[in-house]
Ligand binder design. Structure first.
Ligand code: FPP
Length: 242
């Protein structure tokens, strides 16, 4: 099943130190719970270690020269999780923004949020708005965080907005997506062994390369990103042509 084999992301010999032509990488960060369970630790610890993986990977994305890194942090479906887990995730998001905003500013990182983040707790919304404002003038790597994001909802909102302005066409919908203005998605990675898109970037993934790995998110390190980019470099992209 070529193309659907899960990558070990460890056996790749030559790792690129650049992005192999990929400009925009998105990641479904999955497996925090299983990482914790394997160690008999609370799920919240898995999420905590997940944030450490985020921090390290954002730095690596900038150093590699990626134009955009989009991370699926909280889906519209994640509201179904127990209240204490949602609270723990919101707490981690708060702390991550507060701790790293100065680094984003110093490193020319542009923050963007996709999804309806205004439904998050009020103080988180304020922190996000503040961080967006502080990084709005930056010109480097986009860090795009998907929060209360669901792709079907995004497409429906975009189609309504396009219809309100005139004809519904692929281009008019695309211009209204939350990701408008970002480079096209090149590579979509999902960790933890699950092989599905879970309502993430369905439109944007139309011609993206997909890489699935068994590595659990807290263990996902820059070398895994580089291995996925090496895999990307070896794929032939035909966009439906030949
Ligand atoms: C999946 O693990 C991961 C999530 C639901 C959210 C990802 C969130 C983080 C990495 C932390 C917050 C993010 C930021 C940007 C500060 P899971 O709980 O579904 O794992 P499991 O499938 O093994 O149970």
């Amino acid at each position: 099943m070529q193309g659907f084999d899960k990558l070990s992301l460890s056996g790749v010999g030559v790792m690129p130190d650049k992005t192999s032509g990929a400009r925009h990488v998105a990641i479904i960060m999955d497996g925090n719970g299983r990482w914790a369970k394997k160690r008999h630790l609370p799920r919240a610890v898995g999420h905590q270690r997940g944030v450490e993986a985020v921090r390290t990977l954002v730095r690596a994305a900038r150093e590699l020269g990626l134009d955009a890194l989009t991370l699926y942090a909280f889906s519209t479906e994640n509201w179904r999780r127990p209240e204490d887990e949602i609270a723990a995730l919101m707490g981690l998001l708060r702390r991550y923004i507060v701790a790293d905003i100065d680094e984003f500013v110093a490193n020319n990182i542009r923050l963007k949020v996709i999804g309806d983040y205004r439904a998050l707790p009020g103080d988180v919304v304020t922190l996000i708005d503040d961080a967006l404002a502080k990084t709005a003038g930056n010109t480097g790597t986009w860090l795009v965080i998907a929060l209360n994001y669901g792709s079907q909802n995004e497409i429906a909102r975009a189609a309504s907005a396009a219809a309100a302005k005139g004809a519904i066409t692929p281009a008019s919908i695309e211009a209204e997506l939350d990701t408008a203005g970002l480079p096209p998605l090149d590579l979509l990675i999902r960790t933890s062994g699950e092989v599905r898109l879970s309502n993430f970037l369905l439109w944007q993934a139309a011609y993206a390369e997909l890489v699935f790995t068994d590595v659990l998110w807290p263990d996902f390190a820059p070398q895994h990103l580089r291995a996925a980019l090496a895999e990307f470099a070896g794929r032939e992209r035909r966009y439906g042509g030949r």
